[in-house]
Design a protein around this ligand. Sequence first.
Ligand SMILES: [Zn+2]
Length: 80
Amino acid sequence: MKPDIHPLYPPARIVCACGNSFETKSTRGSFHVEICSNCHPFFTGKYKLVDTAGRVERFRKKYEAAAKRAEEKKSTKAKA
Ligand SMILES: [Zn+2]
């Protein structure tokens, strides 16, 4: 290694919002994260949606209604 060009790379403790923490090394020292492999849906296999003010619900309703209308149109055309 070349002298005087490498940053300090000391051990660091990473703490997640879910309470999980682990030891690693980092040039920026210890820090907090919002999500880690212990709580991320990709690793837990659990699907968790952060829904703000029923937006998902509204989206579903909107497209359910549209699908119904399309279905009705189809059936009336078939009768005629
Ligand atoms: Zn976590």
